[in-house]
Design a binder for this molecule. Structure first.
Ligand code: CA
Length: 340
């Protein structure tokens, strides 16, 4: 969201053409609060109406439980055991970018709902898995909007909780601790069942990852996290996934707008542009060190139900035994009375 200025070399025809195309494509370019302007990249954006002539969304793939309506793209309905995804077909070639997502997470559950959704900038697309519907040990960036606390202790934060994780393909997302092991940082944001759609901005600019949110009718962006020392390559894909398990919610994507960010001439002068942006290994200088996984003892709704039936069964069995003993004694008493 910084003031953006392009560093242009007009003698290079290709650069000139790309810049011209960007300018033409930026008719509804984003005017920042601080007066700067960035360039909307339509190939990574998604606005209504989503579908073209058929049921397909141009330049995007969707699958699993995802359905497309006129008003939203619903990754999961408010039903148990659903997984849905939505992935951009076009790899990202921007070095600095911002993705703004308008979304709604809502459902009938009052105290039990989940699990949330993930916004991805990842190497692999369309892979089902247990990290909000995407594969574990992913390569890239995951930003998780987690509505259900799986932790059996007390977190220092409330849920819904937004966290970010950079992975080089070797780390597990630790669900039992809601990703707090291995996260870059996180914040609590009450976006669920908000009166109106909420917005999240994720930007990767000069090695710094920033996340801002604007919930419901709020007019100002609030900072969620700001972490320097992040390395992400180009060539990865933007995507969205969501999952429900024993608990459910509607996870709706309403709009996606992706902007290319340009450092000002001054700030970019000293920056050395890496030669091979596509081969950068995703890394974070200050990521919380992953800790050894400890299995959570927090009962899930399923195991709570199992426990309920076990106790009910026990009470019934005791009742039957008690009744049997009572009946047996009565019979013996009757038999005694007949003898005497
Ligand atoms: Ca969780």
């Amino acid at each position: 969201m910084a003031m953006s200025m392009m560093k242009m070399r007009w003698h290079e025809p290709l650069v000139f053409l790309v810049v011209l195309c960007s300018l033409v494509g930026a008719q509804d370019g984003n005017q920042d609060q601080d007066g700067g302007s960035d360039y909307l990249r339509r190939e990574h954006s998604l606005v209504k109406p989503y579908t073209g002539t058929g049921m397909d969304i141009p330049l995007w793939d969707f699958g699993g439980s995802t359905v497309v309506s006129n008003e939203y793209i619903r990754l999961t309905p408010d039903r148990q055991s659903k997984q849905g995804h939505l992935w951009n077909q076009v790899p990202n070639h921007m070095r600095h970018w911002e993705i703004r997502v308008s979304f709604m997470v809502h459902g009938a559950g009052r105290s039990l709902y989940g699990d949330g959704f993930g916004i991805w900038y990842a190497k692999d697309r369309m892979q089902f898995g247990n990290v909000f519907g995407n594969q574990d040990k992913f390569s890239g960036l995951g930003v998780f909007l987690d509505t259900y606390s799986n932790f059996d202790g007390d977190h220092a934060h409330l849920h819904p909780y937004i966290s970010a994780m950079v992975n080089n393909g070797s780390l597990n997302y630790d669900h039992d601790h809601d990703g707090t092991h291995g996260q870059l940082d996180g914040c609590s944001v009450a976006f669920r069942n908000a009166d109106y759609q909420s917005h999240i901005s994720i930007s990767y600019f000069q090695g710094t990852l920033s996340v801002y949110t604007r919930v419901g009718t709020e007019t100002d962006w609030k900072s969620c996290l700001n972490v320097a020392g992040i390395s992400l390559p180009t060539g990865y894909y933007f995507g969205f996934t969501a999952t429900t398990g024993d608990l459910a919610d509607n996870h709706d994507i309403v709009m996606v707008k992706t902007y290319e960010l340009f450092p000002s001439g001054e700030s970019d002068k000293d920056a050395e542009v890496p030669k091979d942006l596509e081969n950068i290994v995703p890394a974070a200088a200050h990521q919380e060190a992953p800790r050894e996984h400890v299995e959570s003892t927090k009962p899930t709704r399923k195991s709570s139900m199992a426990m309920y039936f076990l106790v009910l069964g026990g009470i019934l069995a005791l009742g039957l035994i008690g009744g049997g003993v009572f009946y047996y004694k009565k019979q013996q008493e009757k038999a005694r009375k007949r003898f005497f």
